[in-house]
Structures are given as structure tokens and as C-alpha cells.
Design a protein around this ligand. Structure first.
Ligand code: S3P
Length: 451
């Protein structure tokens, strides 16, 4: 399992990293986990807006975080690795400098959209660009709302990258009602609000991950969150914030853990424990859903790490039953659908999903990528505009034996790397490089568990 293949093909001037994932023995042990990617982005950006030195422990070391760090450095923030932690010399809100060159955000949508928010209320002009996956993704969802604070945007056709932001300072405090459920859009507006005089309000009809709100509160922002009558949330943030630098710890990434969780669930005889995983209610829906599918997963030693709930997870091989995913759970497992589809392909009976149109505009079109890949390895899949119906194997191995394109999408690559562990013949992934955006060392971690 997890064997690098000798042949390599050139891609974007570099060398692709094909790997093969085949049948494995039981997974056993306590794997290490990267820090939560979403929370890590926020920690860097919010620490940059405090005045003075912050220390971050457990930061995700994926290349998406390097995109955030280099963009902040290009705007005058000193960020350095210091042993196991990172130091950020925050400049204070309003004090980002004009970058000299375009900001290359690589593959990272979160870096791009959140930093567009941060720059929109600064008196600077910044151009954002990225790789071919990122340049296909819609940016008008942030440039539209940020236009209402007075910032100006020039985008490539279709509201895509490259995008040049001309920030306005002082920008205008406004009441924003989100028309899509997106933590990235909400966070872009809240980060912009840090440097806007007065109170900015963001109303989200459907609650999404609240890491920005929690992290802002940790750094001393004047922020209030209340539930709305329609079941959403209203967030009020007072701008011209004087954030205080601090030391902060990042929980393990539940979205990275999800791949190891499903690997342990589908490979007979497996039993693993994952420590210090972030279990924010707006992120942990996959764990709850797996319980309903009959998965043996237990949460122990629950605690809190700097404002975020954490727990240890124990997972054992299980007989899973197919399930219809309630649409209300979608925001709290939006990144977990690729690996959920793999779990469904090994469950007994049919699993159905709908309302997943957003998956078509992630790092790849995840509905198409998963439907095509799962069929190629022998699963029974029906694709609709906004979801998949999957008839599972009842726990039996799938045929495998296919070559899967990772499409510059880390989660597609890791999903099929997991599926390969319980397939009759190995699955080849054409390029594992995208995995380094969020989970460097994933293949070694997975391999280490079945030794
Ligand atoms: C993220 C929010 C989600 C998620 C992405 C990370 C974040 O995107 O899919 O991987 O860190 O805010 P949307 O806000 O577009 O749903």
C-alpha cells in the first residue's frame, strides 16, 4: 500500500507523483495529525492584525498555509518558524503594506478569499492569482459583498482569478446578509471589518464553521454572536480593533482525520485512536453520521484548546449501513463528502445525498470526480446535478485496479488512496502532490498504521 510508482510524468513543468494504494492489513496505532487548516489560516491572519508577537503551536504545515504566510510577509508581516511553533510579528489592523508583486495563492481558496477581505479595507492594491484549479473557482461570492464596503475589484471573466483588489480606507460599515452558506465569505467580511470604523454586521441564514468568530474573540476583538429567529446567526464586530498578541494552540484537523477514520472503518480488524482532534459542532457532522451508519467511533477526553472543542477519537472496523444524508448536516461536513462517498461505497444498502451543488466548485468538481472514480473501481453510483446515490458493497472489497486523476484536489487523492486499502487490486493515483496542501506525510501516516 502507498507505494510510489517509478514512472513520473511532467506536469506544469514539475514532476507528478504517481502512487499505488493496494490491499492492506488491519490499521492499528495512534497516528499523528496536522493542525486544523481552517483554524491555522485564521490564526496567522488574525495574529498579523494584532500589534506585537504571537506564538502559534500546532499550525498546519500544508502548502496552503505557506500561501497565506507568504502573502502576509509580502505585506509587511514577519512570520517565522521557531522550533515546533511559529511566531507572527503582527503589524496591527490598518497597517498592511502595499505588496510589490502579485500574490500567488497556489491552490488555496481559503487564503485567497480571506485575504481579499483583509486587504479590502486597507489603502493598498493587491493582485491575487493561483494555480489552474484556483483560477477556475468563483471569486464573485466575496468580491460582490466586499464591494459594498467600498473596495473595488477587477476580475478575470466569470469573476475568476486573477483579481486585483483596490482597498478603501476608511471603508464603510454595513449589514451583510449572506446569500450562500459560506464560512469563507463570512470570514472575509469579518476580517475586512477589523479595519472599518463602527460596527459591521454579518447575518448568515444558515450557520457555518465559526472559527473566525472564536479566534477573533481569543485575540480580544469586540465581537458578539447571536442566534436569529430563522435559525441562523448574526455576528456584530466593532472595527478599528486593537487586537492583543497571544500564544495559541491549534487542534488536530478533523477533515484530515476523516480519511484515517474511514480507512479504519472499512479495513477488517482495524482499531486506531486519534488524539486532540478539533470537534467543533460546525465541523464534526461526519463523525455523528458514521455513528448513525453503525460505525464504531467513540469520543473521549473532551476538552477545549484556546476556544475550540477537542477530543480523542477511537475508531474500529465496522459494518456500515447506507444512509440518506440530511441536507441540514451539509455545512458541518462540506469537506468530508469525498471520503463519505468512499464509506458509502463499502456500506450495506444505498446512501443518497442532494443539495451538494457547492461541491462542483471546490478544488475540483467533486461530484463528477467521485462519481467517475468510484465507478472506475467497481462501485455502483448514480450522479445527479447536486449529489450522488451509491449502492455499497456491504463491506466486501471493491474491484479497484483503476488509475484515478487527482485533478489538483487533495481530497480526491486521499479518498481514493483510502479506497485502495480495501480493493482487490491496487488503485493508482496519477499525482499525490496535491495532498501536501493540507496533509503532508499522509501516505506515510497511512502506511505506518498497517505495518
Ligand atoms: C473553509 C470553508 C469552506 C470549506 C473550505 C474551508 C474555511 O468553504 O469548504 O475547505 O476555512 O472557511 P466555503 O466557505 O466555500 O463553504
Amino acid at each position: 500500500m502507498g507505494r510510489p510508482l517509478s514512472k513520473a510524468k511532467p506536469m506544469h513543468g514539475e514532476t507528478a507523483l504517481p502512487m499505488e494504494f493496494g490491499p492492506a492489513g488491519p490499521l492499528r496505532g495512534t497516528p499523528g495529525l496536522p493542525g486544523d487548516k481552517s483554524i491555522s489560516h485564521r490564526a496567522l491572519m488574525i495574529a498579523a492584525m494584532a500589534r506585537g508577537r504571537s506564538r502559534i503551536n500546532g499550525l498546519c504545515e500544508g502548502s496552503d498555509l505557506h500561501s497565506t504566510a507568504s502573502a502576509l510577509r509580502a505585506m509587511g508581516v514577519r512570520i517565522e518558524r521557531d522550533g515546533d511553533s511559529w511566531t507572527v510579528d503582527g503589524v496591527g489592523s490598518g497597517c498592511l503594506l502595499q505588496p510589490e508583486r502579485a500574490l500567488d495563492m497556489g491552490n488555496s481558496g481559503t487564503s485567497t478569499r480571506l485575504l481579499m477581505g483583509l486587504t479590502a479595507s486597507h489603502p493598498i492594491t493587491a493582485t491575487f492569482t493561483g494555480d489552474s484549479s484556483l483560477c477556475r473557482r468563483p471569486m464573485d461570492r466575496v468580491t460582490g459583498p466586499l464591494g459594498r464596503i467600498g473596495a473595488d475589484f477587477a476580475s478575470a471573466p466569470g469573476g475568476r482569478l486573477p483579481v486585483t483588489v483596490r482597498g478603501l480606507c476608511p471603508a464603510v460599515p454595513a449589514v451583510h446578509r449572506l446569500d450562500i452558506a459560506s464560512a469563507q465569505v463570512k470570514s472575509a467580511l469579518l476580517l475586512a471589518a477589523l479595519n472599518i470604523p463602527g460596527i459591521t454586521r454579518v447575518i448568515e441564514p444558515v450557520p457555518t464553521r465559526d472559527h473566525s468568530e472564536r479566534m477573533l474573540a481569543q485575540f480580544g476583538a469586540d465581537i458578539e454572536v447571536r442566534a436569529t429567529e430563522e435559525g441562523g446567526r448574526e455576528i456584530a464586530l466593532r472595527g478599528e480593533a486593537e487586537l492583543k498578541p497571544r500564544e495559541i494552540g491549534i487542534p488536530g484537523d478533523i477533515s484530515a482525520a476523516a480519511f484515517l477514520i474511514v480507512a479504519a472503518l472499512i479495513v477488517p480488524g482495524s482499531e486506531i485512536a486519534i488524539r486532540g482532534v478539533g470537534v467543533n459542532p460546525m465541523r464534526r457532522a461526519l463523525v455523528d453520521l458514521i455513528g448513525e451508519m453503525g460505525g464504531r467511533i467513540a469520543l473521549r477526553d473532551r476538552g477545549d484548546r484556546d476556544g475550540e472543542p477537542v477530543a480523542d477519537l477511537e475508531v474500529r472496523h465496522s459494518k456500515l449501513k447506507g444512509i440518506d444524508v440530511p441536507p441540514a448536516l451539509i455545512p458541518a461536513m462540506i469537506d468530508e463528502f469525498p471520503i463519505f462517498f468512499v464509506a458509502a461505497a463499502f456500506a450495506e444498502g444505498v446512501s443518497r445525498t442532494s443539495g451538494l451543488g457547492e461541491l462542483r466548485v471546490k478544488e475540483s468538481d467533486r461530484i463528477a470526480a467521485m462519481a467517475e472514480g468510484l465507478r472506475a473501481i467497481g462501485a455502483n453510483v448514480e450522479e445527479s446535478e447536486d449529489g450522488l446515490a451509491i449502492e455499497g458493497s456491504g463491506g466486501a472489497p471493491l474491484a479497484g485496479g483503476a488509475r484515478i486523476e487527482s485533478r489538483l484536489d487533495h481530497r480526491i487523492a486521499m479518498s481514493f488512496a483510502v479506497a485502495g486499502l480495501h480493493s482487490k487490486t491496487p488503485i493508482e493515483i496519477d499525482d499525490m502532490r496535491p495532498v501536501a496542501t493540507s496533509f503532508p506525510g499522509f501516505a506515510e501516516t497511512q502506511r505506518g498504521l498497517s505495518r
